[in-house]
Design a protein around this ligand. Structure first.
Ligand code: MSP
Length: 582
């Protein structure tokens, strides 16, 4: 009886996989909808820069897609159930919900402060999520994919993860005791034997491999995709998806069996469906879902989650974007090592856009990055204060731009072809080419989530524009002479056009700085989208809507240079006020 039924499940999941790439790309193109998620954050500890990084990566994508005219949905939130949270609340002698609310608000506050433009902030303790998880569980149960069995094996509470014998090793803990640890995370594991509900994960191995084979973009970057394929070469045991209530009370009870609590990862993963509107109106958003995750939670997202979805008869995510980790002093951040970098405190020292720029400019998807304050100061001073800020400052300074307008471009002085007589030289034309091609380059990098490369490209062009201004020393030209004045205006016009392009392209990364820059140039909100990028139209004989327009009144510097001494003082102050609050 059971076998033919399960066979039907397998066949229908195969259909889902075949339809998968077709559905995702079509809906995306036709309806211009974009749905991106961050992982939901555990509330057992306060946020650190690694958490902010996950959120900033997703925020940058969401903002970029909006500029491209997409209707976007962007969710983040907190993961509040499970043994780890239950134990943390017990250790703090607090009511679990109050404990969760307190930390969840810290994440929310951080994200609001750092311009994370989420459209939904979900907490797994919300009623809408309970309803969604119960429905999802029942869908799996009704298909015969959940059965009662006995689980015996290793469990890591800090990772809320089951491990096979090959994933466990020996270690000695701080009190000199021999312990078993997870080889991947280094966290201590315990042996558990329990009667609970099992999910038929083993059944999904071929479909998961088909999915990965048929969708080369299912997991990005490529080497993470390969890692999942590799994991799937080994046996895939069924997965325990509940715990006995006597051990785990803090969670969603198994529908129809109040003695069992749903496994926190099943509960947590369903958050993505909850925010999409599951179980009623999820189709339109669910078919275009993309997840941003850190590399430590790849197995849950690229094996368990697609298997659950296939089991429930739902489409799989369009792409799982994986990023690497931030370390401090080459080590994982941890309270016991005392190397946790507080993103709120750092943002108040470096500004939130400064922090965002640093994380996205230095964070690469493939390898871990080490955080140091020194790197932040050097990078922000060089690229935001000196290079970009300096360029804007020079070109809008009253001495060079007495009328405070977007000056006129003179085609006769900057002809389409470089000639021996023209004042413009070959390097100027190369600079124009680079800026003209920049939006296509940046677009490709944003699409591939190689934001650091996009920023590198922008930064290189900013340097070229500074070189252009430096080469022609417009401050030495005599405005009383007509030709000199026209040439000076042309140089400034070109430099402002370059700045307009940089400001527009940088919006997903540094929304406040971009806003300041574009406002200074007099660029209206409606002129800041990707379609408005058209660079230097006057060079091609077309009208430029900005020419002759008054510049914005704000004369504040774009980004204040960071002086090490001030940074130290500010950091001290921030730490003291944080201590007072605790
Ligand atoms: N609650 C789970 C996710 C459930 S999603 C259905 C969880 N939470 S977490 O708080 O531990 O991690 C949240 C995100 O932060 C993950 O993407 C994780 O990779 C990321 N980071 C945690 N530490 C990090 C660094 N040191 N560096 C970069 N990102 C890191 O896992």
């Amino acid at each position: 009886m059971k076998i033919p039924f399960l066979l039907r499940v397998v066949r229908s999941t195969q259909k889902i996989i075949r339809a998968q790439s077709h559905i995702s790309s079509n809906v995306n193109q036709d309806e211009k909808k974009f749905f991106i998620t961050t992982p939901i954050f555990y509330v057992n500890a306060s946020p650190h820069i690694g958490h902010l990084y996950s959120a900033v990566v997703a925020d940058c994508q969401s903002r970029y897609k909006q500029l491209r005219g997409f209707q976007t949905k962007f969710s983040t939130g907190t993961d509040e159930h499970g043994l780890k949270i239950q134990q943390a609340a017990e250790a703090a002698s607090e009511d679990p919900l109050l404990f969760c609310t307190n930390v969840s608000q810290k994440f929310k506050h951080l994200f609001n402060t750092c311009s994370i433009s989420c459209t939904d902030y979900i907490r797994t303790t919300e009623q809408r999520h309970y309803a969604s998880v119960e429905h999802f569980w029942s869908a799996l149960k009704d298909k015969g994919l959940i059965y009662k069995g006995t689980y015996e094996g290793w469990y890591s509470t800090p990772d809320e993860s089951f491990l096979t014998a090959s994933q466990v090793g020996d270690a000695v803990d701080s009190s000199g005791e021999n312990v078993k640890i997870s080889l991947e995370s280094g966290h201590k594991v315990e042996w558990m034997k329990e009667e609970n509900y099992m999910f038929r994960l083993s059944m999904f191995r071929p479909q998961l491999l088909d999915w990965l084979k048929g969708n080369p973009n299912a997991v990005r970057p490529e080497h993470f995709h390969q890692a999942v394929v590799q994991w799937l070469q080994e046996d895939l045991p069924d997965l325990s998806v509940s715990r006995q209530k006597s051990r785990l009370q803090w969670g969603i009870p198994v529908p129809g069996d109040p003695d069992q609590t749903i496994y926190v990862w099943l509960d947590a993963l369903v958050n993505y469906l909850t925010v999409a509107g599951y179980p009623k109106n999820h189709q339109q958003w669910w078919s275009v879902a993309r997840h941003v995750i850190g590399k430590d939670i790849l197995k849950f997202h690229a094996i368990y989650w697609p298997a659950f979805l296939l089991g429930a008869g739902l489409p799989l995510p369009h792409t799982i974007h994986v990023h690497s980790h931030w370390t401090v002093g080459g080590k994982k951040m941890s309270k016991s090592l005392g190397n946790v970098v507080d993103p709120l405190e750092r943002s108040s020292v470096y500004t939130t856009d400064g922090m965002r720029y640093f994380l996205l400019r230095q964070g690469v998807p493939d390898t871990d990055c080490d955080y140091t304050d020194d790197k932040v100061i050097k990078l922000l001073n060089a690229e935001l204060a000196d290079s970009l800020g300096g360029l804007l400052n020079r070109c809008t300074a009253p001495a060079l731009n007495p009328a405070q307008v977007y000056p006129l471009f003179c085609p006769a002085l900057f002809p389409v072809e470089c000639t021996k007589q023209s004042r413009a030289v070959d390097e100027d034309y190369q600079m124009l080419d680079a800026v003209r091609n920049l939006s296509t380059t940046v677009e490709q990098y944003y699409e591939d989530m190689h934001v650091y490369k996009a920023l590198e490209a922008v930064s290189a062009c900013v340097r070229q524009t500074n070189g252009f201004v430096q080469r022609h020393t417009p401050w030495k030209l005599n405005r009383l002479d007509t030709e000199e004045r026209l040439w000076q205006d042309t140089i400034i016009h070109i430099a402002l056009e370059c700045l307009r392009i940089y400001g527009t392209l940088l919006q997903p990364v540094v929304p406040q700085i971009s806003n300041k820059l574009l406002s200074k140039l007099g660029v209206k909100q409606s002129e800041r989208s990707w379609t408005a990028l058209h660079f230097l139209p006057r060079f091609h004989g077309m009208d430029c809507p900005f020419e002759g327009r008054a510049l914005g009144a704000d004369n504040d510097v774009l980004f204040n240079r960071l002086e090490r001494r001030n940074v130290k003082q500010k950091t001290k102050k921030e730490k003291a006020s944080k201590k007072n609050l605790e």
